[in-house]
Design a protein around this ligand. Structure first.
Ligand SMILES: *Cc1c(COP(=O)(O)O)cnc(C)c1O
Length: 398
């Protein structure tokens, strides 16, 4: 059976150049980077080259890069690191963050740090004015994601960064989804902390980085040796780090061409679906969105059933976020955007990748309409609906 992977927002296949380098550093460059002998020095050199590659990809300095176990740890280190170092203070975030930020905020809240969760508009956006209005004399950190993992909406980070600088408040952004799709430049964004993950950009799983602007002080999450300038103890994951370095280099190479390809595949899919299937809602911002993301609600059917139908045809997509799928809980992102409960349960996220082809998309467009038709035929909600013109496309505008 043909297989089509359209879940690149959940994870990406490792690039062959990355895999080759990871293998080499597992088998041949096995020294401990802290060892003084040649074996250790070789591993250290490889790790520092990776640090330069990651830094270059986001216009940072190598000493501003801390390697971690992934996006989740980087988000934890940014938020807890700043809050615990400050000892007290108020944090601001949004209602649509990844759980690695939201649940970290909830944990900090239990430890006595007040948190403001900013609401979003129906496209999932916050405004710089909302952030400005929420900043108090006690605010120590603002954390707003660069682009949303479920609906792809891009936040106005540069404008938020300018406000935070002016008010003397640190800004963290989770750039896990935007890296490799948008230009991520820590200087022009005016961010102080920025999260990256390897496996969302054709790199290995279990490795990531946190950009920490020079001069920003963090409490470490763990105690141990003095690795990573005393910010992240433990013998470094050298093969993973080298893989992340290569993935970062590849992610910033040919970025405009890749983004154009992703957008072309994404648009072929959304246009095809809207032409062939009625009662479809496109979630997220119509233009300020990641080039690879299409999040759609198929009215009268549950997202999970659509996923199972697609899976039986060899197609991998996602509903809500991967962490909650299986639980039939509506996504916190769609709920924050004000979607009604029934619609929020019918969402499916397609995320295309660098190797997605027009033939892949056309296969989905052949398979999906009859599947939706079958599911709707079984849906009591569909039988009771007020019928629309066939093929009509419902957008956010109505
Ligand atoms: C995947 C993801 C994370 C978590 O990264 P891991 O490396 O899987 O821990 C954090 N934030 C966003 C926006 C993500 O998409």
């Amino acid at each position: 059976m043909r297989e089509v992977y359209l879940d690149h927002a959940a994870t990406t296949p490792v690039h062959h150049e990355v895999a080759a380098l990871v293998e080499e550093h597992m088998l041949q460059v096995y020294g401990n980077p802290s060892s003084l002998h040649r074996f250790g020095r070789r591993a250290r050199a490889a790790m520092e080259e990776a640090r330069e590659r990651v830094a270059r990809a986001i216009a940072a300095e190598p000493e501003e890069i801390v390697f971690t176990s992934g996006g989740t740890e980087s988000n934890n280190l940014a938020l807890k690191g700043v809050a615990i170092r400050a000892g007290r203070g108020h944090l601001i975030t949004t209602q649509v963050e990844h759980h690695a930020v939201l649940h970290t905020c909830e944990a900090l809240e239990k430890q006595g740090f007040p948190i403001t969760y900013l609401p979003v508009d129906r496209y999932g956006r916050v405004t710089p004015e909302q952030v400005a209005a929420a900043i108090t004399a006690d605010t120590v950190l603002v954390s707003v994601m660069m682009a949303n993992n479920e609906v792809g909406t891009i936040q106005p980070i540069a404008a938020i960064g300018a406000i935070c600088r002016e008010r003397g408040v640190l800004l963290h952004t989770d750039a896990v989804q935007s890296f490799g799709q948008l230009n991520v430049d820590v200087r022009s964004l005016s961010v102080d902390l920025l999260t990256l993950s390897g496996h969302k950009v054709y790199g290995p799983k279990g490795v990531g980085a946190l950009y920490v602007r020079r001069g920003v002080r963090l409490a470490p999450l763990m105690q141990g040796g003095g690795h990573e300038r005393k910010r992240r103890p433990g013998t470094e994951n050298v093969p993973g780090i080298v893989g992340l370095g290569k993935a970062a280099e590849l992610a910033s190479r040919d970025l405009p061409e890749r983004a154009r390809h992703l957008a072309a595949m994404r648009d072929r899919l959304t246009r095809g679906i809207q032409e062939k299937i009625g009662d479809v809602v496109l979630n997220g911002h119509p233009t300020e969105r990641l080039p690879n993301n299409a999040n759609l609600c198929f009215r009268y059917v549950e997202g999970e059933s659509v996923l199972l139908a697609l899976d039986s045809k060899g197609i991998g997509a996602s509903s809500g976020s991967a962490c909650t799928s299986g639980a039939l809980e509506p996504s916190h992102v769609l709920m924050a955007m004000g979607l009604p409960h029934d619609l929020a349960q019918g969402s499916v996220r397609f995320s295309v990748g660098r190797q997605t082809t027009a033939e892949d998309i056309d296969y989905v467009l052949d398979v999906l309409p009859p599947s939706i038709g079958r599911l709707r035929a079984m849906s009591p909600l569909y039988a009771e609906r007020v019928p629309e013109a066939p093929g009509a496309c419902v957008t956010e505008e109505g």
